[in-house]
Design a protein around this ligand. Structure first.
Ligand code: SF4
Length: 67
């Protein structure tokens, strides 16, 4: 199995969302979606070549810093 070391993000982590579930949420905006749902609120995230690729370690560190 191939090990994944990076992730493609549409934007920076958001630590204070109040609209993505109950309570205060941290949101990781991933980039690349093949579903093309009618009414999608974030069609700019569909392109799997869009956004920016970052090492997973950076994402883990950013989450740790939120605690
Ligand atoms: S709503 Fe948008 S981002 Fe979510 S699965 Fe559907 S097309 Fe993808």
């Amino acid at each position: 199995m191939e090990q994944i070391n990076s992730i493609r993000l549409a934007s920076d982590l958001q630590s204070d969302s109040i609209v993505d579930g109950p309570g205060l949420r941290t949101v990781i905006w991933t980039q690349g979606c093949p579903h093309k749902c009618k009414g999608c609120q974030n069609p700019q995230t569909w392109d799997s070549n869009g956004g920016g690729e970052v090492p997973l370690e950076m994402v883990y560190e950013a989450i740790d810093e939120l605690e």
